[in-house]
Write a protein that binds this ligand. Structure first.
Ligand SMILES: Cc1cc2nc3c(=O)[nH]c(=O)nc-3n(C[C@H](O)[C@H](O)[C@H](O)COP(=O)(O)OP(=O)(O)OC[C@H]3O[C@@H](n4cnc5c(N)ncnc54)[C@H](O)[C@@H]3O)c2cc1C
Length: 432
């Protein structure tokens, strides 16, 4: 039997290992390496690394639609994609200490009051909540340990030799290299620069991706309640020629904005906790534009994000300074430099000619939800879709190295169910 190494104990890596051991693959032959901490030692500020990866400290919204979060059905077809995503939802349910607390929203028709300004994407979503995710992570970890899976925490993989199946760890002292027969590369967004380094070194053929950039909007929940009652993670959308916009990753009730750091720059995201004690009656969501036709979208978005940094952090705008940056779930202020209306012109110039789409979207929302000046936005929110390595569709392996499988955000997924499904899909191919 083959020795399987998984780099990244995130959603994709953990689901892959689970599928393997659930089906009798010996855990002793599986090693998972992660640069972060195990679930008992992971700190709240470690948003992106450690057991369950970014998914483990996220909001835990498990979306169930192939149009959300990447292109899973491109690899395996629509029906298989749905089946794989359901397996991910089942895994989160299985390790949940109180599965009856999982909340599901499943809108059936677009409400009249959002027309004619917006369309609404309709799909089921299960909401777990960040605090329960931490408990799920602990239960899941013990299961894998019991099955014999070996974990290497706090070790960063900094080099892989695909030609002779060797992995080098930054912190490995005299312990030699780790070798593999099959490698699952599941480094998520926090490993995006490492993935890029490897892509450059081995000149992987890639598929071009569009740009996804925008802001994180925050306002009191009361304005959006009638839509939240229809759909917890509502996805409003508008479509134009080259640009389409959508609200993204909505957090409610106990909703917190989170700082995300990629390539050393600050951008924003959000999550929500479960439990009365965390409630703050706020709603936050991304407003993301997908822009077609930009020549080097990856470079363009990195450049834009870099230009939108001030005092070592991102920006925050609220009309007439009506609102200030909110508190994180740990009680500190969300790191952001508050800017005036005049500075907003600079943002418009940096994102030229696209930022107007965002402000118009907010203007249209104001017509429907009537929040006046009682809102703020954190700038920017970005989904770096680095060029996607070309993989064999049946097992997500690289064309040049068929024993190396790319999964999750490292393969341009954007979400928990899709990333987990990638992991399970690869595990199924290895079980064959
Ligand atoms: C604040 C926040 C909220 C989110 N909310 C949601 C949500 O509600 N719903 C949703 O669907 N998605 C959400 N997401 C996105 C979701 O978390 C990711 O899409 C998903 O976790 C990707 O899974 P992955 O396994 O590919 O990567 P990750 O889960 O990010 O895991 C990657 C792992 O690889 C490790 N790693 C990286 N580089 C190295 C290296 N060189 N050596 C060793 N280890 C390495 C990291 O430590 C990490 O643990 C959120 C993300 C954030 C940041």
């Amino acid at each position: 039997m083959k020795r399987i190494v998984i780099i990244g104990a995130g959603v994709a890596g953990i689901n892959a290992a689970t599928k393997l051991v659930d089906n009798g693959y010996p855990g002793e032959l599986i090693t998972i390496i992660d640069k972060g901490n195990d679930p008992h030692n992971r700190l709240p500020e470690e948003v992106m690394t450690g057991m369950l990866g970014a998914g483990g400290w996220s909001d835990g919204k498990l979306t169930y639609h192939t149009a959300i979060g990447g292109q899973l059905s491109k690899y395996c077809g629509e029906e298989k994609a749905m089946e794989l995503m359901k397996q991910v939802v089942d895994n989160f349910t299985r390790f949940h200490p109180q599965p009856e607390e999982i909340f599901m929203s499943d809108p059936q028709e677009e409400p009249e009051f959002i027309k004619p300004y917006f369309g609404l994407r309709m799909f089921p979503v299960w909401h777990i909540g960040s605090n329960f995710l931490h408990e799920i992570a602990k239960n899941w970890y013990s299961y894998l340990l019991d099955k014999g899976v070996k974990f290497v925490w706090n070790h960063t993989v900094y080099n892989i030799n695909f030609e002779n199946n060797k992995i080098e760890l930054a912190e490995l002292d005299n312990a030699g290299e780790i070798t593999y027969d099959e490698l699952i590369f599941a480094v998520g967004k926090s490993g995006i620069d490492f993935a890029q380094q490897l892509a450059d070194k081995y000149t992987f053929p890639t598929e071009p991706k569009s740009v996804q950039i925008g802001i994180r909007f925050e306002a009191p929940q009361k304005y959006f309640q009638k839509l939240i009652d229809v759909s917890y993670d509502f996805k409003l959308y508008q479509k134009f020629d080259k640009v389409s916009l959508r609200s993204f990753c909505t957090n409610n009730n106990a909703a917190y904005v989170a700082v995300e750091e990629t390539y050393g720059d600050v951008s924003y995201n959000g999550h929500a906790k479960k439990g009365k004690e965390f409630e703050n009656q706020m709603t936050n969501f991304g407003i993301l534009m997908e822009i077609k036709g930009i020549e080097d979208p990856f470079k363009w978005s990195r450049d834009v994000v870099q230009k939108l940094q001030e005092n070592g952090t991102g920006l925050y705008y609220s009309p007439d300074n009506t609102r200030k940056p909110g508190l994180t779930s740990e009680g500190t202020t969300v790191s952001a430099t508050q800017i005036s209306w005049l500075d907003l012109i600079r943002v418009t110039q940096v994102m030229e000619p696209y930022f107007d789409y965002v402000t118009n979207f907010i203007g249209d929302m104001n017509k429907v939800f009537k929040f006046g000046d009682d809102w703020g936005m954190y700038i920017p929110e970005v989904k770096y879709l680095s060029p996607e390595p070309l993989v064999n569709y049946h097992n997500l392996s690289l064309n040049q190295f068929p024993n190396v499988h790319f999964v999750g955000d490292a393969l341009s997924a954007r979400g928990i169910t899709v990333s987990g499904a990638h992991g399970i899909y690869v595990a199924e191919s290895l079980l064959k």
